[in-house]
Design a protein around this ligand. Structure first.
Ligand code: NAD
Length: 254
């Protein structure tokens, strides 16, 4: 679908890359030529993913464990990526995210803060830490990660919805600010995707998804990875500040 040297010579950072969408995105960017720095909390899992990417794609994959809530961890990831890219980081995919279900009447202030800190503040921390390296790339790209819940809201996910909605507004603001740095900033807004967590909860499997079938409301992780690949490609040169939805049939979820 994308040429294998599309991102040749480029360096990309993918957060939340130990599994799910982040893993699929990191794999896709490496497959089309980027060297990737992967980060998430679990060191063991990250190393396994990095090994799989290097073996499968031939690109360099560097695992750097860290928590998006800790500025020192974020700085360590940013430094390693900047070193790998000789001072420039071409692509940041701020994908790491978390959620749990609780009604607003019952959520603790700590629970609210945790989700906003991981999703929204974590996105800010990575953009902030990599601004110089993205500017040095002379054509940097950022992709942030929302959710249809950030657009629609959802019962028992007020904290998550607010954090994702914030990411969309942040994306638009950053795109305005960073145009003069030659950095494009866009957001992806997935509907339900068959990541391992969703597979467990819903009893579905990604393997059974037929990508040629339009009439569905469950996506494959590769479909999100492909949208990210498009947004960081030269094909999206006139696209910045936008949020792209990938949810299959609109209003089709049961
Ligand atoms: P997942 O739970 O499978 O993976 C989340 C990743 O984020 C993991 O690598 C995890 O280690 C990392 N992460 C979580 N908290 C972290 C922290 N404090 N510090 C560092 N890393 C942390 O999730 P997923 O389904 O792959 O979702 C990825 C992104 O896509 C999230 O932002 C999620 O909100 C969004 N999303 C997913 C779906 C879906 O259906 N799967 C739908 C809409 C949006």
């Amino acid at each position: 679908m994308f040429s294998e040297d599309l991102l040749a010579g480029e360096t990309a950072v993918v957060t939340g890359a130990s599994r799910g969408l982040g893993e699929a995105i990191a794999y896709r960017l490496a497959e089309i030529g980027a060297d990737v720095v992967l980060t998430a909390r679990s060191a063991d899992r990250l190393e396994a993913v990095a090994d799989g990417i290097e073996t499968g794609t031939g690109s360099t994959a560097v695992p750097v464990p860290g928590d998006v809530r800790e500025s020192e961890d974020v700085a360590r990831v940013a430094d390693r990526a900047t070193e790998l890219g000789d001072g420039a980081v071409d692509v940041l995919v701020a994908n790491a995210g978390a959620n749990f279900h609780a009604p607003v009447a019952e959520i603790s202030e700590n629970g609210w803060r945790t989700i906003v800190d991981i999703n929204l503040n974590g996105t800010f921390r990575y953009c902030h830490a990599l601004v110089d390296a993205l500017t040095a790339a002379d054509g940097g790209r950022v992709v942030t990660m929302s959710s249809v819940v950030g657009r629609d809201g959802a019962a028992e996910s007020g904290h998550y919805a607010a954090s994702k909605s914030g990411i969309e507004a942040f994306t638009r603001s950053l795109a305005s600010e960073w145009a003069e740095r030659n950095v494009r900033v866009n957001c992806v807004r997935p509907g339900l995707v068959a990541t391992p967590g969703v597979e467990e909860n819903r009893g579905v499997t990604a393997e059974r998804i037929d990508r040629s079938d339009v009439d569905r409301t469950l996506g494959h992780p590769d479909e999100i990875a492909d949208l990210v690949a498009f947004l960081v490609s030269p094909g999206a040169s006139y696209v910045t500040g936008q949020t792209y939805t990938a949810e299959g049939v609109p209003d089709g979820a049961d």
